[in-house]
Design a protein around this ligand. Structure first.
Ligand SMILES: C[S@@+](CC[C@H](N)C(=O)[O-])C[C@H]1O[C@@H](n2cnc3c(N)ncnc32)[C@H](O)[C@@H]1O
Length: 210
């Protein structure tokens, strides 16, 4: 019986590892052709004034670094972590073009989340790993800020974001996930009112660690 459980655990571990490696491989393949750096996310571009003027910032699951360069230009010591090394190569070139220094690291953030009390700012955009949120809150220094923006299940158009609802937020889920933080900004417009206007298909939150 013990032997069977051992085999089962081993199989689950190997299977899980394979899926992770496949996912990183898939993202790397996408970044072979997808090289255009997207615009910085609303949660940062509309609330840049909330950023501290100095300190350490992490763009977690940065991809091509839509937000990384904005953080560095703001004067923060900026780190970008992603498990797709191809994206990080593009990101370094992009940073060089903008004459800013950034620290990139090819890292599986689920396996190796940031250590406690290490960052003044953490930005997460278009990436949802619910189990990671408590680690992100721990990783903030006192008064540190979490900027989070990602897709919601409630959407007014089919474009953008993952098809699988598991990777999209349920109603007010981001608010619940971050309830240990003091909420500074929260926006989730759903399908209320004139759906041709406003911030749709996504939710955004800025929270401060007290
Ligand atoms: C949709 S992209 C978002 C990129 C960027 N944050 C943005 O908003 O443009 C998701 C990113 O998450 C990265 N990613 C997914 N799972 C990861 C993991 N476990 N560790 C590190 N990066 C991961 C992918 O490689 C990809 O670059």
């Amino acid at each position: 019986m013990v032997f069977l459980i051992y085999i089962l655990v081993l199989l689950l571990y190997v299977f899980g590892r394979e899926i992770k490696m496949k996912n990183a491989h898939d993202w790397n393949s996408r970044y072979q052709t997808l090289t255009q750096v997207p615009q910085s996310s609303q949660v940062l571009s509309a609330y840049t004034h909330l950023l501290p003027s100095k300190g350490k910032a992490l763009d977690l699951a940065s991809g091509l670094g839509a937000n990384t360069v904005l953080l560095a230009k703001h004067g923060l010591e900026t780190y970008a972590w992603d498990y797709a090394d191809t994206a990080l190569v593009h990101l370094q070139a992009h940073a060089k073009k903008h004459k800013v220094l950034i620290h990139t690291e090819c890292r599986d953030v689920v396996v190796s989340p940031p250590l406690p009390h290490t960052f003044d700012v953490i930005v997460v955009c278009h990436f949802l790993e619910r189990s990671l949120v408590p680690f992100l809150i721990d990783a903030l220094k006192p008064n540190g800020l979490l900027f989070y923006q990602t897709f919601t299940r409630c959407k007014v158009s089919t474009s953008g974001g993952p098809q699988n609802p598991v990777f999209r937020l349920a109603d007010n889920e981001l608010l619940h996930l971050c309830q240990k933080l003091q909420i500074i900004v929260y926006c989730e417009e759903g399908n209320v009112g004139d759906i041709k206007k406003g911030f749709r298909n996504e939710a955004l939150l800025i929270g401060q660690k007290c």
